[in-house]
Design a protein around this ligand. Sequence first.
Ligand SMILES: [Zn+2]
Length: 391
Amino acid sequence: MLKAIKIRIYPTTEQADFLNRQFGAVRFCYNTGLRVMSHRYRRHGQSLSAKHDLKKLLPVAKKSRKYGWLKEADSMALQQACLNLDHAFQRFFDPKQKGGYPRFKSKRGKQSSYHCVGVRAGDNWIKVPKLGPIRARVHRKVEGRLKSITLTRTVTGKHYASLLFETEQAAPAPLKDIDAAKVVGLDMGLSHLAIDSAGRKFANPRFLKQAQKNLKRKQQALSRTKKGSANRSKARLLVAKAHERVANARNDLQHKLSRQIVDDNQAVIVETLKVKNMMKNDKLAKHIGDASWHALIAKLEYKAKEQGKHLVKIDQWFASSKTCHACQHKRGAMPLNVRSWECPACHTQHDRDINAARNIKQQGIIQLKAEGLSVSAHGGLRKSGTSPAAA
Ligand SMILES: [Zn+2]
């Protein structure tokens, strides 16, 4: 099984300089590759394979006088840049993934480089090629073979390393018999972090809301500055810092929430299409909502996998908010400000979001059964074993 940890690292000034150049080389490979492929695509309507064709160009470039400086960087990192570009194009061409056309990487954005040969890690250091040990804060020990290190630098200038380990431990086999009482449907929104089919609402905490407000304010201030001015770069840094605070707080929260949800259940059902539909108006809201939903789903997914549990993504559109979960009656359009309603057919009172979560759960159970799993409907009252619910 693969396990990843992310740690903060503290390169010296010289190391940071080297990393800066290396990030530049990685970015250069990605962007140049993208330029070459876009040209080919536009002119001839055909796609090159970044994996095969561009990787072959690397050694040629390194021998040339103009691009000889690429030799300074870890060659695996440059190859990985080509692979990443390849993946970006795959996401673009795959109708299921609906990725946008790959975009150029900016030197102002987050930087990263991937290393998989000659990587090591100790108690308070990590080692990547072409550099001495970099001081690090390793907060958690992972048994296993270190497979790769991905270095990143945030917009605010902090360095991190993601360490990927291969452990001896095998991933548990996926559960085959699922207790319907331990299937949870999640409805995710902007007003709440998540609402589950049992009727629990996980609110966005106050500090997160405040951080988001602060971010919005800083962003507005940035938009008022003049392009290319010194004030603009100052404002940009403030936005990046506010952004980082929001992201860290949210990340923390999502780890706790996903841990709790996965520990308490055997299958978790989420809806993935809604993300795109619901936040068309407010760009910032869309940005925040988008990023956080995908991140939460990703956390639920790997935590579920670690325990042999299931995460079901419902990617086909269905009217989760407009369908009565009790009798399946489908009502007409319902504006976002309608928070509760009564089913005209069976007169059940619905909380909009809880009803949606219940429909998501039902839809998920259908999908689990379609995958050949058994989902028992008798809840926590199983005869054998001790179920915490029965207790
Ligand atoms: Zn009804």
